[in-house]
Write a protein that binds this ligand. Structure first.
Ligand SMILES: [Zn+2]
Length: 287
């Protein structure tokens, strides 16, 4: 039995909902992999990608693990790219019914139009990458987008913490400001807001529609550089209904089972593990 199946049996999980997986056009994924190959000098750690599989077999690998729903996190690093990524994602989700149709945006003229198109097409989730996109969450060019997403109630996985690498606009402050302006936004703070865990937990505690994903947090790979303080563990228990498992598959430098083990070894109990790995995602996406 593989380690992921053993994990599911141990925790009595009917499946796994993975809110943070990357599928994107090949030309873009190749560039992402080149980035991770050269990331050592930037972050001080090497990043050997564990799942550099052929594109056709990657979703099947997730299915073999018992993943019932996953996403195709796409994100632009420049203008005039998001609409094209969104078009690709429509086709990917159509080919893979267990992929939650994912969309993205960038602060640019026309953003509201293609975000509205994505909502009309039934997109289930958005991705915003503040570090790679290098944009301010409160850029006026996004005002219409946030308003539309707030009204639609569609979740947005947002990479806004300063880890593993900081950006010009990553940190809790701009997100607190964004939520002061759009308090009903359903943000999913990626990576638990690493390394600014405490500040992002406080944001989630103040805004009951805000969630967090576990992506890379608590793993051996990240724990040394960005450890969670033991004093924050009770807060994770209080937020049990709003923490979602995410893996960053396939761009991870460790085995998928380790991402799951990183969640369970926090020792917050069976209910917590089951909520994070399955129940919360099922409820959020009405699966
Ligand atoms: Zn990611």
């Amino acid at each position: 039995m593989d380690a992921v199946t053993a994990f599911r049996e141990q925790w009595n999980l009917p499946g796994i909902i993975d809110v943070h997986t990357h599928f994107m056009p090949k030309s873009v994924m190749d560039k992402v992999w080149t980035y991770f190959d050269s990331v050592g000098p930037l972050t001080g750690m090497t990043w050997p990608i564990a799942y550099r599989l052929e594109v056709d077999v990657r979703p099947d690998r997730l299915r073999s693990y018992g993943v019932k729903a996953f996403t195709s996190m796409i994100y632009p690093h420049k203008p005039n790219m998001a609409a094209w990524l969104n078009q690709w994602a429509v086709e990917f989700a159509a080919r893979n019914p267990d992929c939650l149709h994912t969309s993205t945006f960038y602060p640019e003229p026309g953003a509201l139009e293609y975000v509205t198109d994505a909502l009309d097409a039934g997109t289930r989730v958005f991705k915003s990458h503040i570090q790679v996109g290098d944009y301010a969450p409160n850029d006026p060019l996004l005002d219409g987008v946030w308003g539309a997403l707030e009204d639609a109630g569609t979740p947005i996985v947002i990479h806004c913490g300063s880890g593993p690498a900081p950006g010009r606009f990553t940190r809790p402050g701009p997100i607190a400001e964004l939520l002061a302006r759009y308090p009903r936004l359903r943000l999913i703070i990626a990576h638990m807001g690493m390394p600014e865990y405490a500040d992002f937990l406080a944001i989630a505690e103040r805004h009951d529609r805000v969630l967090l994903d576990t992506t890379m947090a608590f793993t051996d790979f990240i724990s040394e550089a960005a450890p969670l303080l033991p004093s924050d563990l009770p807060r994770l228990l209080d937020l049990q209904d709003r923490i979602l498992f995410g893996s960053d598959f396939p761009n991870i430098p460790y085995q998928y089972a380790h991402a799951l083990e990183a969640v369970s070894r926090l020792d917050l109990g069976e209910d917590w593990v089951r909520a994070v790995c399955h129940g919360n995602g099922t409820r959020l996406f009405d699966l």
